[in-house]
Structures are given as structure tokens and as C-alpha cells.
Design a protein around this ligand. Structure first.
Ligand SMILES: Cc1ncc(COP(=O)(O)O)c(C=O)c1O
Length: 378
């Protein structure tokens, strides 16, 4: 089946090799297992003894019960039986689309966002429509525009909160209004929440799975918990019909998740608060560096991110974002993601949760490039 090129992933695969200053990845100081044990203060020897004695079968088909218990605790109303593990949030999103959406259904997505959320449905469902989030609205959706896109055949509304790439955060009242709009049409909401929990002020971010019966929360170990290598994500949803459909489709494409990954994820999530605190500190510190830099730049501006690990930085000179990011990578060793990967121009995405030193050096290299190539010509 034909599907659009996944622009961000292709770009990252190609340009990661130039990343002396990695402002491309959207993770938060990814942890080694050594660091995981240090941060959680769990007993490493005991854990590995248990792991070594464990038979490497398929494990618990619907997910390790301890892990599901810890996942449920990240929500207010979700019970362990409402949780299904998946291969990353990427696998979870995929499972949701293929389980719920028929080719004749309408899917509404908000862009810019992670491309899965519109290109997967568009690949098999011709009535996939997008609502553009505007910079002048702080990248929050215009709900009147959203209402206009809802038709009787709307099956799914896809949102991403906090948003990648803009760092915008929809407040509770807005999430509730979106739930009301969906409810009127009997539609599900898929809320990709992989950056949930990551905010500079450690504010609790509400989940769509708690707000709306037909709300589907997709999340993973990759961003909020700095363990992307586990390839462990999940779906949390209280709607039993949807859960049954996810379970039925999941048998066909994965059977179960890795027993080892689930065990490590269970250990990490038992200590979720410690890891979230570590990562919110990192978000706060690196956002301060980014904000100071943007505020002192003549050619750059942005909507300051409220949460998550990414920001869209706009520039006022005439250069396609792909060319700018290609040159910054090859000439200055700065790895960024061009706006064109998100259907936006005159901007690039910064994954700002790096060590403040790397972030500062990378940003200084961008200033140097502009001084040499733009300011000199003015
Ligand atoms: C919004 C969003 N959803 C899903 C994913 C995929 O996450 P995972 O590594 O858990 O598959 C990403 C990765 O960048 C993302 O930014």
C-alpha cells in the first residue's frame, strides 16, 4: 500500500551523522542502564539475577501485569486492564489506526505534528483532513474550525499534547471542549501523549484517557522516561469496544512485547516520579538557554514552548528550510530538522533537551552561520 515518505524520520536518518551538536533528537538525555539504576536507586544485581532466571518465552501476552499497574498509575481513571503494551508509541499509533478506522471513515488531524498522525490514515482512508495550527494562535487549534471539519462519518480526531514540534500545550478546558466536539459525532480521540509529564514547571498534564470515555492515550518510555531503546509504548483507553479491537489486531502484528523490555520499563515506571523530576529539570534548564538565545537574535523568533522537548524557531531571511539545515549540518555540525518536514517553511525544529553546554554551542554555531551568510550581506 502506498504511503508518504516519513519526512522527519528520513531526514534524521540521513543527517544524524553530522551531529556534532545534536539539536535534532527529541529525547531527554537518554539513559544507559547504569544511569537508570543510579536514578531509581534500585538493586541492579537483584534485577539481573531475576532477569537471568526468567524464561524468554512470549511472556504476558497483553503486557507484564506489574508494568500495566504502573502505567495505570500515570492516569486518574485508567485501570491496568485498560492498558495494552506496544512496540513504542509508533507501534501504538499504528495499531490504533488499523484497528479503528475503515477506509470510508473521516479522520481529522492537526498539523504540524508527528507525521504518523496524518499519513497513516491518509494511506488507506481518502477522507483524512487536516486542521492547520497557526503560530499567531500559539499553535493551539481554533475549535470553530475543528467543528466545521466534523462530519457524521468522523471516526477519529488525532491530537498530540504536548505537541511535537511546537511545544504547545492544550489546557484542560480545551481538551474538554475537543472531547465534547468528538462526543457529538460519536468519534474517538487519539491523543499522542509521548511528551506528557515534561514541563519546565513540573505541572501535571491531563490525559485524554481520563477526560473522555472514547479518549485513547498513546504514550511510551521514549521521551518522558528517556528509554527509547526499550521500544516500549502503550495504549490506555477505557472504551471496551476499542480495547477489544486493539487486542484483536495486536495478535496479528506483534503477539506480545519483549519480556526484557517490559521488565526494565516496569522498574523505571515504579520510579516514574524520580525520572520525571530529572527530566523536568532538564527541560527547564535547556529551555532557559534556548529562550535567552532566541530573545537576543535579530533574525530568529518563536512561540516559547510550554511543554515537551521541541520548539519551532522561525527566521526572517530568504532560504528554504531544507537548504539552511543541510548547510548548518555540513558546514557547522549542527543537526536540526527543517520546517519542511512539518509542512512549514522559514523555520526549523530544535530538540532543545540537551546538555546546556551542547545546546549553547550549537546555537552559537547557528549565530555564526547567520553572521557569515546573512548579516554580512545586509
Ligand atoms: C509525537 C510522537 N509520537 C510518537 C513518537 C514515536 O515514539 P516511540 O519512540 O515511542 O515509538 C514520536 C517520536 O519522536 C513522537 O514525537
Amino acid at each position: 500500500m502506498n504511503i508518504d515518505i516519513f519526512k522527519v524520520e528520513e531526514w534524521m536518518n540521513e543527517y544524524e551523522k553530522y551531529s556534532k551538536y545534536d539539536l535534532g533528537n527529541t529525547t531527554v538525555n537518554t539513559m544507559s542502564l547504569e544511569e537508570l539504576f543510579a536514578v531509581t536507586e534500585e538493586n541492579k544485581d537483584e534485577f539481573f539475577k531475576k532477569l537471568c532466571s526468567l524464561k524468554q518465552g512470549y511472556g504476558h501476552i497483553k503486557g507484564n501485569p506489574e508494568l500495566k499497574k504502573s502505567i495505570a498509575k500515570l492516569y486518574k481513571t485508567v485501570e491496568p486492564e485498560h492498558v495494552l503494551t506496544a512496540i513504542g508509541a509508533a507501534g501504538a499509533n499504528h495499531l490504533v489506526f488499523y484497528s479503528l478506522v475503515e477506509p470510508s471513515d473521516r479522520v481529522v488531524s492537526l498539523i504540524p505534528t508527528y507525521q504518523q498522525l496524518y499519513s497513516i490514515p491518509a494511506s488507506f482512508c481518502s477522507d483524512t483532513v487536516v486542521l492547520k495550527l497557526k503560530k499567531e494562535n500559539g499553535f493551539l487549534p481554533d475549535l470553530e474550525e475543528l467543528k466545521d471539519l466534523i462530519t457524521p462519518n468522523t471516526k477519529l480526531i488525532c491530537i498530540n499534547n504536548p505537541n511535537n514540534p511546537t511545544g504547545a500545550l492544550m489546557p484542560l478546558c480545551m481538551l474538554e471542549q475537543i472531547a465534547q466536539i468528538a462526543d457529538k459525532a460519536g468519534a474517538y480521540i487519539l491523543c499522542d501523549e509521548v511528551y506528557r509529564g515534561l514541563s519546565p514547571d513540573e505541572a501535571k498534564i491531563p490525559s485524554m484517557a481520563d477526560i473522555y470515555e472514547k479518549g485513547i492515550s498513546v504514550c511510551s518510555m521514549s521521551k518522558t522516561f528517556s528509554l527509547a531503546g526499550l521500544r516500549l509504548g502503550w495504549i490506555a483507553c477505557r472504551d471496551i469496544e476499542a480495547l477489544e479491537s486493539f487486542t484483536r489486531h495486536r495478535e496479528y502484528n506483534m503477539i506480545s512485547c519483549s519480556v526484557t523490555d517490559e521488565l526494565l520499563a516496569a522498574l523505571a515506571l515504579k520510579n516514574a516520579d524520580k525520572i520525571i523530576k530529572r527530566n523536568c529539570d532538564a527541560v527547564r534548564q535547556s529551555l532557559e538557554v534556548l529562550d535567552k538565545w532566541v530573545c537576543t537574535q535579530k533574525h530568529f523568533s518563536y512561540v516559547k514552548p510550554q511543554a515537551g522537548t521541541t520548539a519551532m524557531v522561525y527566521y526572517d531571511f530568504d532560504m528554504p528550510s531544507e537548504i539552511l539545515c543541510d548547510r548548518l549540518a555540513k558546514e557547522k555540525g549542527v543537526f536540526l530538522t527543517p520546517g519542511c518536514c512539518f509542512e512549514e517553511e522559514n523555520c526549523f525544529r530544535v530538540g532543545f533537551c540537551k546538555s546546556p553546554d551542547v545546546l549553547q554551542k550549537g546555537l552559537d554555531k547557528i549565530s555564526e552561520f547567520v553572521k557569515e551568510n546573512i548579516s554580512m550581506k545586509e
